[in-house]
Write a protein that binds this ligand. Structure first.
Ligand SMILES: *Cc1c(COP(=O)(O)O)cnc(C)c1O
Length: 390
């Protein structure tokens, strides 16, 4: 007889449908009803979990997703409805082209040879390859160089039976910092000049797009037909600059429009009384300054909880803050519960989220030890169970 695998994970992630709905509504209101919203779900939906998060976004009426790889695209495809479209923005291996074209997945092309290969594969499959031409505007990352633009457009136009010129796009090199806007302005000009050249060729794409969250929220002239929204749909302001610009525009002191979708929880697994002068955990990183009580938390750096939070971060138990004592180990760490009454094994521990008036939030910029950084969240292991809550 085979036993069902019902073993318990040491932590769990909750995703709030109502927070997501608010975020999407806020962003859509900010960009206006005529601009298409593309939900960016690379990095396993910024750690939220593609399989759980994507259906939540669909429930908000969004029907277009972007990933960074064909593997992620395949995960999105597994859970989406047939009318939903998927776009791969990044690296695409020639071996994957057949699968990508065969499944009607849209993809970025940023070199001429790739366009030729896409055409060849599309002919072999007798399917259309759906192309977004990513042009070089100054990011100097990926991007089709200007010298190859004319022949690329020509190839698209000549082979309309096999190539769909779906989009013309670029990526801005850091629109979240005002100090970088001199670069962004140059990118905007270059993008406009590509578009002008297309008009003279009378061969426009269906969608023009360049903005990610920061530009979508702070630079109206970058919205064009579609914005590719990542960090803000998960409930985070891309930077203090973007937040402050928004406040100025709305003449507000603060704004709670974006809501964190994700919470991360676990439970106390063990308690220990420690005498003054004893050390806690590995090494001499933490010495008890007085008799104290510590709780063992069954999450460590292998579960995505950063080692940098050693002796630094805190968790919430019984609605109160408990500071980390000592090093974050591979699978566990200790917190000080000396001043939290009646803590028991099995009590809920919040690693990210709210308990009473205390919040451990997530920041997309550095606010070390007060908030958990988004780069930690985007690496949360796929194995942690995710559940959708209201
Ligand atoms: C990640 C990414 C986005 C989304 O960026 P956010 O700042 O998270 O909104 C948009 N476009 C491209 C090409 C990206 O790689």
């Amino acid at each position: 007889m085979e036993l069902d695998r019902v073993v318990k994970h040491s932590s769990r992630i909750e995703l709030s449908q109502s927070a997501l709905k608010r975020n999407i509504n806020f962003i859509q209101k900010k960009i206006g009803p005529d601009v298409k919203l593309c939900s960016v779900v690379k990095a396993n939906a910024y750690g939220h979990g593609i399989r759980e998060f994507v259906p939540m976004v669909e429930a908000c009426g969004i029907r277009h997703f972007a990933t960074a790889s064909s593997y992620e695209a395949s995960e999105v495809l597994d859970v989406t409805s047939p009318e939903t479209t998927i776009m791969i923005m990044g690296i695409l291996y020639p071996e994957d082209l057949e699968w990508v074209i065969g499944n009607g997945i849209e993809f970025y092309v940023f070199d001429y040879e790739r366009l030729q290969l896409a055409l060849q594969k599309a002919k072999e499959l007798d399917r259309k390859a759906i192309i977004h031409l990513e042009v070089e505007t100054g990011g100097n990352r990926t991007g089709l160089p200007e010298k190859d633009f004319d022949r690329a457009v020509h190839l698209l136009k000549k082979n309309g039976d096999y190539l769909v010129f779906k989009g013309l796009c670029t990526h801005l090199a850091g629109a979240e910092t005002l100090a970088n806007w001199f670069r962004i302005n140059k990118q905007k000009e270059r993008f406009a000049s590509f578009l002008k050249s297309l008009r003279s060729k009378k061969s426009g794409p269906e969608l023009r797009h360049m903005a990610s969250s920061a530009a979508a929220l702070a630079m109206p002239d970058t919205k064009y037909d579609m914005v590719r929204v990542g960090v803000s749909q998960y409930g985070f302001w891309p930077s203090p600059d973007v937040y402050n610009l928004h406040l100025m525009e709305e003449n507000k002191q603060n704004d709670q429009s974006l809501k964190r979708v994700l919470s991360w929880k676990t439970d106390v697994v063990h308690l220990k009384d420690v005498k003054e002068g004893e050390f806690v955990g590995y090494s001499t990183a933490f010495q008890a300054p007085h008799d104290m009580r510590v709780a063992v938390i069954p999450v460590g750096y292998s579960n995505g909880y950063s080692r940098a939070l050693s002796n630094n971060g805190h968790v919430l138990i019984h609605g109160k803050r408990a500071l980390i004592c000592g090093l974050v180990n591979m699978n566990l760490f200790m917190v000080d519960v000396s001043y939290i009454k009646n803590v028991q094994v099995g009590d809920e521990v919040t690693l990210i989220g709210r308990q009473n008036r205390h919040l451990i939030g997530i920041s997309s910029f550095s606010e070390f030890s007060k908030h958990i950084n988004i780069d930690l969240v985007s690496r949360l292991p796929a194995a942690i169970p995710r559940l959708t809550v209201k």
